[in-house]
Design a protein around this ligand. Structure first.
Ligand code: NAD
Length: 263
């Protein structure tokens, strides 16, 4: 599968920063860009995951750096953005992927809104939504100065319609990322920067495995393609959206969901 997302050299001039790049979908997207010739900053709040991913890329001859930052912390994001530019050059591709989906309820299910701890609500907003803004705030000025750029925000089909696996905080942030993407596409388009969102369905990652297996099996059966997705399938779509080929695509939401929750 990974060969599908790898187009050697297509991103040779790019400097890419992916958040939540230590594992799962973020790691696959960062690796796909690295293997397409980009220099890549692997940002994660887990320093060891970030460094291990960057080290594996460097071992393949890629220019890569691991950065430890919590995207909810603007000062940490700004420092990481500076470190990425110092190590790799001006960042012209940002992938806002870091996200959390707490499953504090019984049997790996979400907490219901009526019982949710307000602190859990705030943390999900801070990471999933403010985190994306923090990265844009840190990196968009450089893209405007360059006169080019690509921003991809990882939303979810749970941001488009009701999904009984996730909590209301998660759904709210993923819906917000769609409005965030469309608004930024309007603001940044005149500077040559495109902004799009990807809405994955159920993708096989550590986050997904945190949900009860019966719930994941129910999603598989409700998905027209009758399977869960792989991180590399999201990465292939991301690689297209950050490529020259997608230069006239902006403000769009692309579902990578096997037809689950068609809207
Ligand atoms: N897996 C799915 O089925 C699915 C479906 C739709 C959308 N998504 C979205 O895709 C993105 C990636 O999901 P995944 O399944 O790979 O998740 P994951 O939990 O497997 O990986 C998330 C990564 O983000 C990092 N991270 C978490 N909080 C962070 C923070 N505050 N600052 C920096 N890094 C942080 C984690 O350390 C981890 O490496 C998320 O935004 C998620 O909401 C996932």
């Amino acid at each position: 599968m990974s060969s599908q997302s790898r187009q050697p050299g297509s991103h040779a001039a790019c400097v890419v920063l992916v958040t939540g790049a230590g594992r799962g979908i973020g790691r696959a997207m960062a690796d796909a860009h690295a293997d397409a010739g980009a220099a890549v900053a692997y940002l994660d709040h887990d320093a060891s995951l970030a460094e291990a991913a960057a080290q594996a890329a460097r071992a393949r001859g890629v220019k890569a750096v691991g950065l430890a930052a919590d995207v909810a912390d603007f000062a940490a994001v700004a420092a990481a953005a500076r470190a990425a530019a110092e190590a790799l050059g001006p960042v012209d591709v940002l992938v806002n992927n870091a996200g959390i989906s707490p499953k504090g309820g019984a049997d790996g299910r979400r907490a219901e809104a009526a019982e949710m701890d307000p602190a859990e609500w705030r943390r999900v907003i801070d990471v999933n939504l403010s985190g994306a803004f923090h990265c844009v705030r840190a990196l968009a000025p450089g893209m405007k100065a360059l006169g080019r750029g690509r921003i991809v925000n990882i939303s979810s089909v749970a941001g488009r319609t009701y999904c009984d696996i996730v909590g209301v905080h998660y759904a709210a942030t993923k819906a917000a990322l769609i409005g965030f993407s469309k608004h930024l596409a309007g603001e940044l388009g005149p500077y040559g920067v495109t902004v799009n969102a990807i809405a994955p369905g159920r993708i096989d990652t550590p986050m997904m495995r945190g949900t009860a297996s019966a719930a994941n099996e129910a999603v598989r059966l409700a998905t027209p393609l009758r399977r869960l997705g792989q991180p590399e399938e999201v990465a292939a779509t991301c690689l297209f959206l950050t490529s020259d080929a997608a230069g006239f695509v902006t403000g769009q939401v692309v579902d990578v969901a096997g037809g689950w929750l068609l809207t």
